[in-house]
Design a protein around this ligand. Structure first.
Ligand code: NAD
Ligand code: MG
Length: 392
């Protein structure tokens, strides 16, 4: 049995992961689960999956969980705080660690799993945006294995030659074609974007996701973060990555080769496919996703992204070109902006403005150490909050 630890178990990706586990009885054993503050949600998962360890980022919630499990599952060890998350990420029985915490909060536990040399199923793209160079260096140093869960990166991984780590130029890969649905506002009148509500922004046409990534998809910062994610996962230069808007979300991304071939991975937009792919790799097994009905799909459309409608994409390209700690600042400012927008304390169109101003205001720091990156992350959050206060 393959031991699995699921970080962010109560979220959209976490629940899909546990669904794939349940569809493959006898193959996986859940050894650790984690969540932030959802005591009842994690308690239910603990009772059905019986992990050895349950961790909650919030220490008071961990105590509440321990009380909640005391009668029905006293054998489950409950830990709180970052220590607890790291214990879940490095549980001795975890062959695979699903990194599905949202935001930079997932970096420390994901990096701990890397340093423990595990197979990391990486959904937490923000970890790579904040600390890409360090993260990939540690993967190599500790012999860890990173399999992308983000549907685009999982598709790219599936379309890449097995030896892509020798270098894209050397294996004849010319471009990565990163597809984007365009989100809910692809065709909406730009003049009306000022009035967008969190509910409208979270109503994605093709995917059912957590709220933060849903807003990222609406601003297309999600594609910006994914650009940086692809840069690190595949050691690609920014000019080797082309964003292609593909509204049906049936092709999940493509790889173009020197001989003119383009390989694509297709499937229904359901995260259980990339999750099952990464868990079973190099084998394949059931995911619960219905087979793709091409006659129903009927057509596939493509268009270039509109840089005026989606300034976040340009900001991400600029951050990647600046390098160093700029992507960490981009990410922190975006997290602040999205949280405030969801809380009705920032207009939708102020999200890119806040990120751009924060990028200009925060001085570069040390991108080579976790401490340096965390310091820049904290400073960028302070600066972004201050700028945002002036915007309301
Ligand atoms: P979600 O909001 O549904 O779930 C987030 C999970 O992380 C929850 O279990 C929550 O308890 C936990 N969490 C939140 N803040 C935390 C903190 N400070 N410390 C510890 N745990 C914390 O999010 P999601 O949509 O499942 O996304 C998770 C990650 O996967 C994100 O990085 C997202 O970009 C990425 N991703 C998601 C999808 C998707 O379809 N949902 C697709 C591609 C990539
Ligand atoms: Mg994606």
């Amino acid at each position: 049995m393959i031991g699995v630890s699921v970080l962010g178990a109560t979220g959209s990706i976490g629940l899909s992961t546990l669904d794939v586990v349940a569809r493959n009885p006898g193959r996986y054993r859940v050894v650790a689960l984690s969540a932030n503050t959802d005591v009842e949600g994690l308690a239910r998962l603990c009772l059905s999956h019986r992990p050895e360890l349950a961790a909650m980022a919030d220490p008071a919630c961990a105590e509440a969980l321990a009380r909640r499990l005391a009668d029905q599952a006293p054998e489950i060890r409950v830990l709180g705080g970052e220590e607890g998350l790291v214990a879940a990420a490095t549980h001795p029985g975890a062959d695979q660690v699903m990194a599905a915490i949202v935001g930079a909060a997932g970096l420390v536990p994901a990096l701990a799993a890397v340093r423990a040399g595990r197979r990391i199923l990486l959904a937490n793209k923000e970890a790579l945006v904040v600390a890409g160079a360090l993260f990939m260096q540690e993967v190599a140093r500790h012999g860890a294995e990173v399999l992308p869960i983000d549907s685009e990166h999982n598709a790219i991984f599936q379309c890449m030659p097995g030896d892509f780590r020798r270098g894209l130029d050397r294996v004849g890969v010319t471009r990565i074609l990163l597809t984007a649905s365009g989100g809910p506002f692809r065709t909406r009148d730009p003049a009306s974007l000022d009035a967008v509500t969190p509910e409208e922004a979270c109503a994605h046409p093709n995917w059912d996701m957590g709220r933060k990534i849903s807003v990222d998809s609406a601003t297309m910062m999600n594609k910006g973060l994914e650009l940086i994610e692809a840069r690190w996962l595949f050691d690609a230069r920014p000019d080797q990555i082309q964003v292609v808007v593909h509204p049906q979300s049936v092709i999940h991304s493509m790889v173009e080769y020197a001989d003119g071939s383009v390989l694509a991975q297709l499937g229904n937009p359901d995260m259980r496919t990339p999750i099952a792919h990464a868990m079973a790799w190099p084998e394949r097994h059931a995911s619960g996703v219905a087979p793709l009905d091409l006659f129903q799909v009927a057509r596939l459309d493509f268009e270039p992204p509109d840089p005026r409608r989606f300034p976040c994409l340009r900001l991400a390209f600029e951050a990647i070109e600046s390098g160093g700690t700029a992507p960490a600042v981009l990410n922190a400012a975006n997290e602040v902006a999205v949280a405030r927008f969801l809380d009705h304390r920032l207009r939708f169109t102020d999200i890119p403005r806040l990120i751009e101003q924060t990028l200009h205001a925060v001085a570069p720091g040390d991108a080579a150490s976790l401490e340096g990156l965390m310091a820049v992350d904290a400073e960028a959050r302070r600066v972004a909050e201050r700028i945002a206060d002036g915007m309301v």
